[in-house]
Design a protein around this ligand. Structure first.
Ligand SMILES: Cc1cc2nc3c(=O)[nH]c(=O)nc-3n(C[C@H](O)[C@H](O)[C@H](O)COP(=O)(O)OP(=O)(O)OC[C@H]3O[C@@H](n4cnc5c(N)ncnc54)[C@H](O)[C@@H]3O)c2cc1C
Length: 400
């Protein structure tokens, strides 16, 4: 895929770190620099992860240390209301918040019920807030991953499992119904390929029920899979035939290593594209397809990729779609790619941050993934680290 040219046609640039970090004081910026420079070192992250897990197991008092460092960088708070300062801070720059209850690894009916109740609260909060454009949830937050896998491979379910699946569906219906009643759009996150088929089926059922007038429910499309671009096109046709609006969150996909490993171990065809370029091409083709059919599709680009974000902005311009057209949103994770988020917002695009929240030990797996993502690869510093470094240099202040 060619880079849009000439360059001066591109409606938004992401190099401007003064915009990206405008809301950070010098002290805060130095702290961010310090944190990213630590995460930049793989050995520090590996050792840190080991000791944090150990310390939590031994009940050592390290929660405060986590809270004022990595948690503060990547999470909004421990409770919904604890996220208020972050919501306000983002809102001041014209950036929306998507409250993401990030508790992981719970696998009991009571935990699923508690998670569903918490997500209902995020929907209620979104309904009364001007700067919360979407809610979000993972199907595996409200039901068992193992059960989904069994259903996907058509295994025979026990009576107990049948009840569990009925409960899972009830919870999903309740969330989508509440979102519809309160006119709050809701994303269903995408997960591993061995359960995604069932997630898709549920998402389409919900879209057919709740997306008659506008997109309330959004399914997520992982463009790192060979088949996703075609699946997106079929979903569009099916939505047209059944008379509803397709809601799509476009992502590249988060489970590449896991997918490859499992495909190798079980000797089946790896569902992930052979190269990053192939993923990138499909991602940008998905943007093309959705924008070409925008009368009946609403999208959110969940990406930190500068090229794809610019590609979409340029295509919107060429198609004479207003920058703030409510059918097109961009989203990044809190604490990452602020250069994209803040520059998009400044240029008038709809943009939001996923703001994860939850008790510290429960969001730890999420924090560890963020730390690992920000280590240097093959000696090359992480993108975030370089951005903060550039801004320190621009302000003419030292790192300590
Ligand atoms: C707001 C938001 C919501 C998200 N929601 C979800 C979700 O619901 N489900 C989900 O799975 N992920 C989700 N993600 C994560 C997303 O899928 C990506 O893992 C992450 O954003 C990195 O991709 P990128 O587009 O930002 O850009 P980049 O950094 O340009 O791309 C990295 C991605 O490219 C792909 N890739 C890298 N190397 C290769 C290779 N050799 N071959 C093939 N592909 C390759 C992988 O998907 C990798 O994650 C979300 C991300 C954001 C910002």
């Amino acid at each position: 895929m060619e880079y849009p040219s000439p360059k001066n046609q591109i409606p938004v640039f992401f190099e401007d770190t003064s915009v990206a970090f405008a809301s950070k004081s010098d002290t805060k910026l130095r702290k961010t620099y310090w944190l990213f420079s630590l995460m930049n070192q793989a050995r520090v992250v590996n050792l840190g992860t080991f000791f944090i897990k150990l310390a939590l197991k031994l009940n050592l008092p390290i929660k405060n240390l986590i809270r004022v460092t990595i948690f503060e960088q990547f999470c909004g708070g421990e409770t919904i209301n604890g996220c208020d300062p972050t919501i306000k801070m983002l809102g001041k720059s014209g950036i929306g918040t998507i409250l993401d209850y990030s508790v992981e690894g719970e696998d009991k009916e009571t935990s699923f019920e508690a998670t569903a109740a918490e997500i209902l609260k995020t929907i209620d909060k979104a309904a009364i807030s001007e700067t919360i454009p979407f809610s979000v949830f993972k199907i595996t937050g409200v039901g068992s991953s193992e059960l989904l896998e069994k259903i996907q491979r058509n295994a025979v379910l026990s009576e107990e499992e049948k009840i569990s699946y009925a409960l899972l569906k009830q919870r999903v219906e309740k969330l989508c119904l509440r979102a519809h009643e309160k006119n709050v759009r809701i994303f269903i996150d995408a997960e591993e390929s061995w359960i995604q088929g069932v997630i898709d089926d549920i998402a389409y059922e919900m879209m057919q029920r709740f997306n008659k007038d506008k997109a309330i429910v959004y399914n997520t499309y992982q463009l790192y899979r060979h088949e996703t671009l075609e699946a997106l096109k079929s979903a569009y046709l099916s939505a047209r035939q059944r008379g509803y609006i397709l809601g799509g969150k476009l992502v590249r996909g988060a489970y590449m290593e896991k997918e490859r490993l499992r495909a190798r171990e079980n000797e089946y065809f790896n569902p992930i594209h052979i190269s990053k370029e192939a993923t990138d091409t499909d991602y940008n083709l998905a943007i093309d397809f959705c924008l070409d059919h925008i009368e009946h599709v609403s999208i959110c680009l969940g990406t930190h990729n500068e090229y794809s974000s610019q590609y979409c902005a340029l295509k919107m311009k060429k198609s004479q779609i207003a920058t703030d057209d409510d059918r097109i949103w961009f989203a990044q994770l809190l604490g990452m790619s602020d250069n994209i988020t803040y520059n998009l917002a400044k240029a008038g695009y709809n943009v939001a941050k996923y703001v994860p929240y939850g008790p510290i030990d429960a969001v730890l797996p999420y924090l560890i993934r963020r730390a690992e993502e920000n280590t240097s690869i093959a000696g090359q510093s992480s993108r975030e680290f370089l951005l903060v470094k550039n801004e320190l240099k621009r302000r003419g202040i030292g790192s300590l």
